[in-house]
Design a protein around this ligand. Structure first.
Ligand code: ATP
Ligand code: MG
Length: 222
């Protein structure tokens, strides 16, 4: 299958006081449609930085970040917004749920932002993440695991070409973690979305088609 994500010689540094932190040093990889790839490596190796660049949340200092045909490194704001709305689904490490919206409204948000709605799709995802009994609750009324499952459903609802997740099972016990993993796996098979997951979770790494192992901002082994 054609690549949905392609990173070419991507570098990114952050300034911390007088020090320049080289978060990524020439990272190159591709992700094909329908592939599940786990980004693994020690804390600080550059996993979240990589996800933020693919999400179009941040830009590299050099190199190309091509997502669904658009190079997000050089794209204008309109192209970035379009990519985020249509091509990308994100599960952030800290969920980023809207506090004043219910579970159901949070999950429907990506569709609403794009001027659409699909109540059947939203309900199907609510069922699949096991939150029927929580659909009218607000994030503050949910456990960490329930918030995480809401965030996963929201990332998948608009059938993005690529789903990015930063420690998607970090707040879950192993049974809920396995359920979330199964859901993401089912949906990528049904819909051909590619999954790129940063994780320390051995179960996710074992379920992935492929691992990208990082160390000190570089890819150690493909
Ligand atoms: N906004 C920032 N400002 C300064 N340094 C940063 C910033 N974001 C990341 N870094 C640094 O870049 C490096 C890579 O960080 P990153 O968050 O990508 O690591 P990670 O692999 O996701 O780690 P973890 O497993 O702990 O989540 C680290 O040294 C980190 O301190
Ligand atoms: Mg991280």
């Amino acid at each position: 299958m054609a690549a949905v994500v392609e990173l070419i010689e991507v570098s990114k540094s952050y300034r911390r006081g007088d020090e320049l932190v080289h978060a990524l040093r020439g990272v190159t990889f591709t992700l094909a449609g329908g592939e599940m790839v786990a980004l693994v490596g020690p804390s600080g190796c550059g996993k979240s930085t990589t996800l933020n660049l693919v999400a179009g949340v941040d830009r590299p200092d050099s190199g190309a970040v091509v997502v669904a045909g658009a190079d997000l490194a050089t794209a204008g704001e309109a192209v970035l917004v379009r990519a985020r709305r249509h091509s990308i689904g994100i599960v952030f490490q800290s969920f980023h749920l809207m506090p004043h919206l219910t579970v159901e409204e949070n999950i429907a948000l990506p569709l609403a932002l794009d001027g659409g709605r699909d109540a059947a799709r939203v309900l199907d995802l609510i069922r699949r993440v096991g939150l029927e009994h929580r659909r009218d609750h607000f994030p503050a009324q949910l456990s960490g695991g329930e918030q995480q499952r809401t965030a996963v459903a929201r990332a998948l609802v608009h059938r993005p070409a690529v789903v990015l997740a930063d420690e998607p099972t970090g707040a879950l016990d192993s049974a809920s973690g396995a359920a979330v993993l199964r859901l993401m796996d089912d949906l990528r098979r049904e819909e051909g979305s590619a999954l790129l997951l940063a994780t320390h979770d051995e179960a996710i790494a074992a379920a992935a088609d492929r691992l990208i192992r990082m160390r000190d901002g570089a890819i150690e082994a493909l």
